[in-house]
Every structure is written in C-alpha cells, then in structure tokens.
Design a protein around this ligand. Structure first.
Ligand code: PBG
Length: 351
C-alpha cells in the first residue's frame, strides 16, 4: 500500500506535529452576569460552572480568569424588574450596575480587556433590543438610546463595546458618537451575524428578558399600566431584526456593512450551528472574527453530560476546536475557565 494516512497518527509526537488547529486560553472571552448585592454567587442550573455574581464576587472570577490566561470578559447586568421601562432608561445610568462593574473591574485589573453588550433587552420592559411602538421596533430612534448606553460604558472605562441589537446603521452611529466624545480608542466588536435562534433560552431566563413572558410578569407585578400596554401591542420574537437561520449570504452582507461602518471585530452568533457562516465570513473580510458559543449550545452539552451520555470537558474542547477550525479568531464561552484549565492540564502531559 503506497498511501497510509495512519502513519501520521501513530504517536502523540507525530500527531502534535501535524496538528492544524490550536486552542489556547488567550483565544477565549468569558461572559459574566452581574447582580446587585454582596457575596452573591447564584448558581445557573443550565450552566453548571457559571454564576450570577455580585461585583465583589465578579472580581474574584476575573482574577481567576487572568491567572488562567483568559484576559477578556463580556459583562451583562441582571436588572431588577422595577428598573425596566420601555425606553431602557437604566441602560445609560452613569452609576448603573454595569457601569459600576466596568469601573471596579478596570480599577482592580487594568490589564483585563472589558467588553460590554450594547442592546436594550436587559433594561427594557418589552424584552426587546430596540424601542417597541405599536408592535414594531423603531430602528432610528433606537440608535439614540444605543449611543447613550455606549457612551456611558465608554466613560466607565470599557475597552470594546459589543452592539448585539442588530439595528441597521448602528456601527456607524456608535463609532461617530464615540469619536465625538474623544473615545477613539474604544473598539467595536459587532454582533454582525446574529441569528433569531432558539438557543438563547437560558440567557433570557437569567436576565429575565424573554419578550414572550416578560410582559405578563410585569403586568402581574403591576409595574406597567393597562392603558400603556393596550397601545403597545406586544411582539413575541426578534425576527424583524435578528437574522433567519436559513441564510448565509445575508450574514456576509451584514458583515461587509459593519466593516464599512468601522467595526473592529465581527461576530457570528450562535457558533456551533453556524460554522459555515464563520467559514464564509472569514473569507469575505480582513477583520478578526469572533464566535459566541451561546447559552443553549452549552446547556445541551451539560444536560447530556449530566445524563451520563457524554463527557462535557471533552465535548467542549471539541466544540471550541471546531469553531476555531472554521475560522474564529476568538471565542466567547461561559466555560472559558473550565476549558483553560483543561488546556493547561493537557499541555503538562506531553507523553
Ligand atoms: C442581547 C443578547 C442576547 C444574547 C447575547 N446578547 C439575547 C438575545 O438576543 O435575546 C444571548 C447569549 C446567549 O444565549 O448565551 N441582545
């Protein structure tokens, strides 16, 4: 037999030499959920290694991340019901939970790279990423809110804002707003290809931001009036702004637009179900590509592992490797610390 591919797999040493894709802790960004209070570390049932954290506890996690070589965090605030309103006004509160979080983390660890999500949903009583009026999302009015939010995050010291709202023209609008206030060094990681996926369930449960159930919850709590609500026909999904999972070419269009509008990094989200999109976008742009392994994707792995059907550590490593192989330069994952530990363990056992 002339050709025997197995020769290149016969030992760990040769397998290492022919290895094409390397994942390192430096490739990972850890999303963190923040909550008011002290000494709070609330477990998240869908994501066994993640917690909703008060700021003091979040600082400990950031320290752990840096020690493991994970130097980026993405922050999300869990906003109390009484602070949610139709204009998401809490989102630009200079002293809001997220803004304080950015300041405190930056203060304690100047080297950590802080990313912050820009979208209305954690703060909106409609659970939407944009302003909802008569059952419709108002694109251009939303841009003004996003700019206020982004500026308050920049003033707090964020390194990159990450608009996840999918409104048209937002990257240009936010770039201009940042530059006009002198924040030329604050970057934009744009959620360019964000799909209207069914895999965001655990995330929405954590932030209590699901448009389908938020309105009922708030009505029960009587924090929004009946009249206002009658005018404001609800919109139960995000399909008028997030993308149809059927489309790949539309993702390229969004990516090219964001590049032209001044984005620094383009993101595809979710990641594992959209490897073809990562692969295609990589060929279309010279910008770095980020991919987000979303809550539902990780929850499936953990749920199967809990049933004894698979080994979550091994599957997570395989997932991250696949996302990188498809073309992602960086990966956002709730399991960043677990994966970083796994990588450190593997590299210390060469034989
Ligand atoms: C906010 C936002 C969402 C996620 C990240 N940013 C939810 C959504 O669009 O409804 C989902 C992340 C995850 O599921 O892990 N716009």
């Amino acid at each position: 037999m002339l050709k025997r591919p197995r020769r290149n797999r016969k030992s760990k040493a040769i397998r290492n030499l022919i290895k094409e894709t390397f994942v390192s802790p430096e490739d990972l960004i850890l999303p963190l959920f923040l909550k008011e209070g002290k000494n709070i570390k609330e477990p998240i049932s869908a994501l066994p290694d993640s917690f909703v954290l008060s700021l003091d506890e979040a600082l400990k996690v950031v320290k752990k991340a840096l020690n493991l070589g994970v130097s980026g965090v993405l922050l999300f605030p869990q906003i109390e019901f009484q602070l949610k309103d139709p204009m998401a006004s809490e989102s630009w509160n200079e002293d809001g939970l997220l803004q304080r979080g950015i300041r405190e983390i930056k203060n304690a660890f100047p080297d950590v790279l802080i990313f912050s999500d820009v979208a209305m949903d954690p703060y909106s009583s409609d659970g939407h990423d944009g302003i909802l009026k008569k059952g419709k999302i108002c694109n251009d009015e939303t841009l003004e809110i996003l700019a206020r939010m982004a500026l308050s995050q920049a003033r707090a010291g964020v390194d990159f804002i990450a608009p996840s709202d999918m409104m048209d023209g937002r990257v240009h609008f936010l770039r201009k707003a940042l530059d006009e206030e002198g924040f030329t060094e604050v970057g934009i990681l744009s959620y360019s290809a964000k799909y209207a996926s069914s895999l965001y369930g655990p995330f929405r449960e954590i932030l209590k931001s699901d448009p389908k159930i938020l309105k009922e919850t708030l009505q029960k709590k009587k924090s929004i009036g009946e009249k206002k609500n009658a005018l404001n026909q609800s919109l139960k999904d995000k399909k008028t702004y997030q993308m149809d999972p059927s489309n790949q070419r539309e993702a390229l269009r969004e990516g090219i637009l964001d590049q032209e509008e001044g984005a620094d990094i383009l993101m595809v989200k979710p990641a594992l179900f959209y490897l073809d999109v990562i692969y295609a976008l990589k060929r279309e742009t010279t910008l770095p590509i980020a991919a987000y392994l979303v809550s539902g994707e990780e929850a499936m792995i953990y749920a199967a592992s809990k049933k004894g059907l698979l080994d979550s550590n091994a599957v997570l490593m395989e997932a991250i490797t696949a996302i990188k192989r498809a073309g992602a330069d960086m990966i956002l994952t709730y399991s960043a610390l677990k994966i970083a530990k796994e990588i450190h363990n593997e590299s210390s056992t060469i034989t």
